[in-house]
Design a protein around this ligand. Structure first.
Ligand code: WTA
Length: 654
């Protein structure tokens, strides 16, 4: 059936994947980056290119050396001293831009706040003084578990101001997941809120915090922002209301002069084992990397209203809601809730209301909007939009074209940006004033970034072929390690192809050299853009008393990219039923959080294993995806396949 689009073209016509989109003359003429020679220049003198970018920051002491690369460890801008909160706030206020809006904030229930740079600076200084009063010193870790409210960036900036590395834990994680991160980071203070709004409900953040702190030995004080105003459990002497402590502080707390390599934050992300990795990011290289990419890729102008619709609990929010936009003095939008509250046009209402000019979001969101239908965006005037971005998972050409047509009105370039928690900044991306776009391709490495696609032996794959994505030169915002686990850092990223960063993604380059990202090649899933480890979900399932064994795989899903599919074998040869399936799903939610709730649980009498006892994941993946079975000769018990196949036929999704 041919579906009419806004401009009268049929979707079938749009689906042709070979279309290309050069930048419009108009966009090109005003773009921040217009000269394609930038690639060549950066390639010739990588250090010079990044030094030039870093010099646009405010330094208390200038750096002496651009890069020290002792694989796999890099140091950037050695000898320099600076402060990120100074760069994000004081610098703009001193330049007379204090009255400029830093965030238009919108709560899910519809309440709003407008925060200027001046106000953000004042709040940050008060919060920094409050942290000092709680005994937080330079180098001490602070855990943050908050909803999307302005106090969240304030808390991060306050920590950065006094040199206390923070770790933000996404508000959708469970108490147990929070406890694990607090324990690993040895955080001294936890900043949280009574609750947050999500789809009209209250998320009990304080209750979860209490359960987490009960399992932790290091938290001394809990600072609580009042957001939802419901009754919360309270421990006298340990818990303090934000208003009562921060509210009475002086708005004067000079920014600490910090070394370029001072640890800024830890962000936990899923890997191929059950234990999340604490990714270490430091100060100067990180800020130079995110500020430069933000300005060039999103083509940021002084009057833009920029909305990155991620959650600050993920790296996208750290880099592109908080640090880069503030460093660039940008006006941003911050929204607390879900896209369909009270109705499915909430995002488009926000774009119309704040006159958003740049929107950055995930393909899952776009596919969801596609499913809901074009009538929702069409109810709103979104002519202010001039650029769109995509992040977190591969974007299929259909979603790209829909985004371009129905959200961008056919006139906005789309920057499909590839990067990771570990990379800190965007690495593969178009430059909107230069790059001819191909729907579904993240196009080329950013200037100063060197990437390759290699085969199993580490040999570069010629154009047209697929392989593993590697980054071959250091970049300023790269991770500086895994917290307290040097061996894992070396093993995960640097041992597969020595001297080169192994991303864990498959990629192909077409004949024109465009990069096409093909998804993870390891046991990491991407579910609605959230990064979840199969092993982590398996180990939470196995921790349930009825479960003997579990194998989890990412099943292809038209909306969420992948969905969590769990094969479960019960103890004592028991058969599962609907109610146990429900119980197991909720068990995973308690262990990890609702983002990890399996969509499908299939009970099977056995799991297929090789003779050496390894679970045959590829086979399970094929079964879950309903594909024909490949070679099964290495199965220890070939009848298992048949029984799994039978189970598969009767397996139910919810
Ligand atoms: C995937 C998110 C295709 C990729 C910023 C990577 C992408 C993982 C893209 C990192 C993209 C991110 N196209 N895949 N534009 N962006 N990915 O740490 O598999 O949550 O390895 O960081 O997301 O996920 P993370």
């Amino acid at each position: 059936m041919a579906t009419e689009t806004g401009s009268g073209k049929t979707l079938e016509a749009l689906y042709r994947e070979d279309r290309t989109f050069p930048p419009s003359r108009e966009f090109m003429s005003k773009a921040n980056v217009r000269d394609p020679k930038i690639y060549e220049r950066a390639k010739k003198d990588l250090e010079g290119f990044w030094a030039e970018q870093a010099k646009t920051l405010h330094w208390f002491e200038p750096f002496q050396k651009v890069l020290e690369w002792k694989p796999p460890y890099a140091k950037w801008f050695l000898g320099g001293q600076l402060n990120i909160s100074y760069n994000c706030l004081d610098r703009h206020v001193k330049a007379g831009k204090g009255a400029k809006v830093a965030y238009f904030w919108e709560g899910e229930p519809g309440d709003t706040r407008t925060v200027t740079y001046e106000q953000l600076l004042s709040e940050t200084q008060k919060a920094a003084n409050a942290l000092k009063e709680l005994g937080v010193r330079k180098g001490d870790r602070v855990a943050i578990y908050m909803p999307m409210i302005p106090e969240l960036p304030v808390a991060m900036l306050a920590c950065a101001r006094i040199g206390a590395p923070f770790t933000v834990v996404f508000g959708g994680f469970s108490a147990e997941a929070l406890a694990g991160r607090i324990t690993d980071s040895e955080a001294k203070v936890l900043i949280t809120a009574d609750g947050g709004y999500r789809k009209g409900n209250v998320v009990p953040l304080k209750k979860n915090s209490d359960d987490a702190v009960a399992q932790s030995k290091t938290i001394q004080k809990v600072l609580v922002v009042k957001r939802t105003k419901q009754e919360v459990p309270w421990t006298k002497g340990r818990d303090i209301w934000w208003d009562e402590l921060v509210g009475v502080q002086k708005a004067d707390c000079p920014a600490e002069s910090l070394d370029s390599e001072h640890m800024l934050y830890l962000l936990y992300t899923s890997g191929t084992t059950a234990k999340p990795k604490g990714i270490v990011h430091t100060t100067a290289g990180y800020l130079a990397g995110v500020a430069t990419t933000h300005s060039m890729i999103f083509d940021i102008k002084d009057d833009d209203v920029y909305w990155c619709a991620a959650d600050i609990g993920w790296v996208t929010g750290h880099s592109y809601i908080v640090f880069a936009p503030l460093a660039n003095g940008t006006t941003g939008v911050m929204y607390e809730g879900v896209p369909d509250y009270p109705d499915k046009d909430r995002w488009w209402a926000i774009i119309e209301k704040y006159k958003v000019s740049i929107l950055y979001c995930a393909p899952t969101a776009i596919r969801t909007f596609m499913k809901w239908g074009a009538e929702y965006p069409q109810k709103h005037d979104m002519k202010t939009l001039r650029l769109l971005g995509s992040v977190g998972e591969p974007i299929n050409p259909e979603a790209w074209l829909w985004y371009q047509e129905f959200i961008g009105g056919g006139r906005c370039p789309i920057v499909d940006t590839w990067w990771m928690t570990e990379t800190g900044m965007i690495l593969i991306t178009p430059l909107p004033g230069i790059t001819t776009l191909k729907p579904g391709s993240a196009t080329f490495p950013f200037p100063g970034v060197e990437a390759d696609v290699v085969d199993d032996d580490g040999k570069s794959v010629p154009l047209g072929g697929a392989g593993y994505l590697v980054i071959t030169k250091p970049w300023p915002a790269m991770l500086r390690g895994i917290y307290k686990d040097e061996q894992r850092y070396r093993d995960t990223y640097w041992s597969r192809f020595p001297g080169r960063y192994f991303a864990g993604d498959g990629a192909k380059r077409d004949q024109d050299g465009y990069f096409w990202l093909l998804g993870r090649v390891d046991d990491v899933m991407k579910v609605s853009g959230h990064r979840i480890s199969t092993t982590e979900v398996e180990s939470s399932l196995v921790s349930h008393p009825t479960v003997a064994e579990a194998a989890v795989i990412g099943r292809e899903d038209p909306i969420t990219g992948q969905s969590i599919f769990a094969f479960v074998t019960l103890r004592g040869g028991n058969n599962g039923d609907e109610s146990l399936s429900k119980e197991l799903r909720e068990h995973v939610v308690t262990k990890i959080g609702s983002i990890a709730r399996p969509k499908t649980i299939m009970f099977t009498p056995e799991l297929p294993k090789t003779r050496s006892g390894k679970i045959m994941r590829r086979l399970l993946r094929d079964i879950a995806n309903g594909q024909a079975l490949g070679d099964t000769t290495t199965l220890a018990d070939a009848t298992v396949v048949e029984s799994i196949r039978t189970a598969s036929a009767s397996g139910k999704d919810d």
